[in-house]
Structures are given as structure tokens and as C-alpha cells.
Design a protein around this ligand. Sequence first.
Ligand code: PEP
Length: 251
Amino acid sequence: MRQTIIAGNWKMHNDRAAAKELVSGLQDVLAQVGDNREVILCPPYTDLETATTLISKLAHVSVYAQNMFYEEKGAFTGEIAPSMLRELGVKGSIIGHSERRGYFGETNLDTNKKIKTALGHKLRPILCVGENEDQRVNGVMKPWIQMQILEGLQGLSGEDVASIVIAYEPLWAIGTGRTATVEQAQEVCQYIRQVLADAYSKEIADKTPILYGGSVKAANAKDILQQADIDGVLVGGASLKVDEFSQIIKA
Ligand code: PEP
């Protein structure tokens, strides 16, 4: 049975005091997260240690980074090495979020290198894929997503693929308040599973958790989570509010 994953991407929000307040406010709900479920908090780098300290006694809660570099160390000003994340108790990283791709020019080759380095350091990658509105309207959504997956995962074994998480995040739904309908979200998540089955095997595809992200909130989380191929949600804005994120976790 696949794990249910509720991940919160704080993006560039929350100073240390706000991070403490948010994680402390979630403590009771986080303490009740049951088996085969995981809540993942993805704060900015400067809040990672605060978050890992505050959740250290919680069994099914982890802290992931929002990004990491694919080199081990060196002259890469402004980048963060996987070992630096591990040292803070971080368990994984979002890789290839659309904001990284859009604002910072990350390519599928970059995501591929980052995933390989992450796995080499026992960090679990959450690979983000998704189409923009033009691609959806013009009928090239599926080949685009297929390419993001196949290039992002190139050279990985089936076992590696089953150990990562894939998040389907349509660009037109991120931070816009426009959530995909449950049918649209399920259709693409099912398609992603089919791409994995064709490239690896049905067994690998069935083991790999696939999340939906894009304006998820308390009001729509339950319906989204009931879809057969959706194993969890990646939440941006609503993960910054104790009440909203608590309700999503409980959903
Ligand atoms: C995200 O940042 O991955 C995201 C889905 O954001 P939002 O929930 O705010 O649309």
C-alpha cells in the first residue's frame, strides 16, 4: 500500500519566529499522524534547523528542503550541498519546482543530476512536473510531462524510482487559487503512473507515490485525496496557516 503524503512548501516565507509559531501551532495535529502517512514540511534553508528540532520527537513528520545542488562541495556561490542538509536532519528535497524551472532556468538535466545526488545521500526527492496553460490548451501536456519524467529519471533503477515521490503541479494552478478539478488531477496522475509502468514496470509504478499540487486548501483536499492515483498533496500557500494545514492533514 502506498504512503499518503501531505507536504507543505513554505516557499520564501517565515522568519525564524514565524517558523517556530507555525510548527508549534501544528504540534498536536502532527503528533496524531498515523502509520503509513507522512507529513513533510519544506521551509526555507534558514528555518530548516528550527523545524527539524521542533519535530524531532514526531514519528511520521519530516523536514525537506525546497531545493539542493547536485555537487558535493566547491565554488558554487549561493548553493547548498546535500551533506549540509543531512547534517541538519533533513530527509529529502523538492526538486524541479516550477518556480525553480521558471525563475532560475532549471532544466530536466538539472533535475536528473539533483535526483541522483539526493539519492546518493539518502535524501528523498520530490520531483515536480506539470504543464502551463498553453500546453494544456494546445494538447501537448502529456508529451511534455512524459519528457519531464523520463529525462528527470534517466539512468535511475526501478528501485530508485519507487523510492522517490512525483508531484503533479499544473503551473496554471500554482498560487492562483485555480485548483485543477479532481478529474483533471486524477487523469494526469494516472497518466504519470502509466508513464512509469511503460518505462519501468507496473509494480514500480504502483509503488511510487504521486502527489497533486496547485491551490490545495482545506475545502478541496479531501476530494483530491480520494482519487485512485493521487497519494497526497503538495501544498503552498495553505501550508502557512495553522488552521488550513491542520485540516488538510486531517483530511
Ligand atoms: C506549490 O508551491 O507547490 C504550490 C502548489 O503552491 P499553492 O498551493 O500555493 O498553489
